[in-house]
Design a protein around this ligand. Sequence first.
Ligand code: PLP
Length: 375
Amino acid sequence: MTADTISSATGIITIDLGALVANWRALTNVVAPARCGAVVKADAYGLGADRVIPALVSAGCTTLFIATPDEARAARRFAPEATIFALDGLLAGSGEALIVTNTIPVLSSLPEVIEWSALAAKRGERLAAALHVDSGLNRLGLDAREVQALAADGDTLARLDVKLVMSHLACADDPADPKNAEQRAAFDKMRAQLPSAPASLAASDGLMLGPDFHYDLARPGYALYGGQAFKGGPTPVQPVVRVEGRILQVRDVAPGETVGYSATWVAQRKSRIAVVATGYADGFFRTGSHPGAHPGAVVSIGGTTAPLVGRISMDLITVDVTGMVPAPERGDLVTLVGPGISIEALGNRAGTIGYEVLTNLSRRFARVYVGENSA
Ligand SMILES: *Cc1c(COP(=O)(O)O)cnc(C)c1O
């Protein structure tokens, strides 16, 4: 990223790889002696798998989780030696694609297990696999009946080299939810019927629930990127992302005038409105408009918070900067995510979650990576 590209960028997303690595180390300490992997699906939650994966690998992370075969190809390029698990498992007929990239499918139904095992038979070798059991989320995972059927099918199992048995929690963000313990008990019961293998139950929030949930391997994603969705108290991670948008102009709006589509905001006083080159096409959720059904997004300019006014449009937002000192000017950057505005808070203000903000935000922003050698 050259100085020229930065000065002509309408928005900039700054990703602190030092903070990312520090977060992985902090989570590693939380789960020790269990190991800590990293979930880098969806292009490392939108932050760039090409930079995030090498940074994590240099820090000592050896186990990565992606979702799709395409993501597996990319991840393998950036991490030639890592153990890579594909959370979407084996898509029908796509086994060879996983084998080529030495990716281990997370098998989540009996048909998947049988297809992978048959491919192993055809190749005359055992194939590495993770088994995903459903402990109560009812999304992916073998159910109790399937686990029983598989446990009784020695031939199918014999062709698999089971590297991991895992499950996923529904309510891990709330430590008071009884479903956490229920899922743990269900997981233990299913695990006991399967070949003994390392186990994994916890993602970002689950690993905060205590050692009972750590098993052999934790698999955080969101927390690595600075996300804090856990309701049980502070987690040991720091922000990784700063997002800034550029002011295209600042204009006067007379009392009674309206701003933006559908004229939803009416100036009650003589107002100064900064027009910023960020909109929903940049991943800045239109549901963060003000007034609207949700609290509405705010930005920060030189440490001062200013509210959005009117509708968020495709490429632009409008911000009330009336009376702000020093007066914001054309060309200045405003902070959309950064000190005082977490991804989580922005999500809440737009009626969604930080995860969705994070995985959408980077579309049109210039990306700047910092902190690579500070780790
Ligand atoms: C995405 C995902 C994770 C990571 O979850 P975070 O909440 O981002 O830490 C872990 N396990 C599974 C099965 C997932 O789909």
